[in-house]
Design a binder for this molecule. Structure first.
Ligand SMILES: Nc1ncnc2c1ncn2[C@@H]1O[C@H](COP(=O)(O)OP(=O)(O)OP(=O)(O)O)[C@@H](O)[C@H]1O
Length: 260
């Protein structure tokens, strides 16, 4: 098998508490992600999913553990510009994740200016291509985020992430603020983009249907630890750990047929 795009080993995050005792939010979490693959992370609220994602993306420092990108160990703090470019993040709240004072064109152009040496004309052309990639009309380039729907804002967030041409995009509950129809359109868009660009996703979601629909493999977290990890079909049809069994068992009956 080829070298994973992303590997994290022994990630641990400890927060000090007011009471003086340390709180371990994430403990000994390891994961791998292949090119063009999606690893879903599930687990109840507070199980450490976002903390793992932010450590992998270099947004918060690790207490211990390391992350490797295409075989190269990333600096524990102060990542290089190139390493930051290569792991992008899509946020849960599509509207507040965009600067309200910037036009769509400028939001998407920001990473282009930061990471690549391009002329204004080349930047304009790339912005247009990216708008097309995420299914937004070109005239939206002059709109502000407040003039867009939640789903359209998330498309802009996806275009901004893609602008950096990353190997990995961390998707932190990217559809949970959207209604069901828009949610499935965004999931289809992410799948299409993965097929066309070969990007890998670390995908966090509460909704197991979302995880089922997009993930090749699934990692189940509980209280900061990984309790089970495997192929999506195995996790959903043959969960081994009692916690995974209870998560899968809690899916409303009416939705079960879509897992067959
Ligand atoms: N900056 C912080 N200081 C102290 N504790 C924190 C901090 N950030 C997160 N935590 C704690 O770490 C644990 C894991 O949080 P995290 O946000 O990673 O969980 P999660 O699984 O993503 O939850 P959710 O699904 O609700 O987003 C929680 O108990 C949380 O309260």
């Amino acid at each position: 098998m080829s070298e994973p795009v992303l590997e994290a080993a022994g990630l641990r995050k400890v927060y000090p508490t007011r009471a003086g005792a340390d709180f371990t939010a994430v403990d000994q979490v390891s994961l791998t992600l292949e090119k063009g693959e999606t690893l879903g992370i599930v687990g109840e609220s507070g199980s450490g999913k976002t903390t793992v994602a932010k450590m992998v993306a270099g947004m918060i420092p690790v207490t211990s553990g390391e992350t490797r990108l295409s075989g190269k160990t990333l600096a524990a703090s102060g990542r290089s510009k190139a390493d930051k470019r290569d792991i992008q993040y899509i946020f849960q709240d599509p509207v507040s994740s965009l600067n309200p004072r910037m036009k769509v064109r400028d939001i998407i152009a920001e990473p282009l200016k930061l990471y690549f040496k391009l002329s204004p004309k080349e930047i304009d052309a790339r912005v247009d291509t990216l708008l097309g990639d995420v299914g937004l009309p070109l005239e939206y380039r002059l709109r502000y985020p407040k003039e867009l729907s939640g789903g359209q804002c998330q498309r802009v967030g996806i275009a901004r992430a893609l602008a950096a041409e990353p190997s990995v995009i961390v998707c932190d509950e990217p559809t949970s603020a959207l209604d069901m129809t828009i949610q499935s359109q965004i999931l289809e868009l992410l799948k299409d983009l993965q097929r066309s660009k070969g990007v890998s996703y670390l995908f966090i979601a509460h909704g197991l249907e979302v995880i089922y629909s997009i993930s090749h493999r699934v990692m189940v977290m509980k209280e900061g630890k990984v309790v089970e990890e495997g192929e999506t079909a195995d996790i959903f049809h043959r969960p081994q750990h009692p916690y995974t069994q209870s998560l899968i068992g809690a899916i409303p009956r009416i939705q079960i047929p879509q897992f067959d």
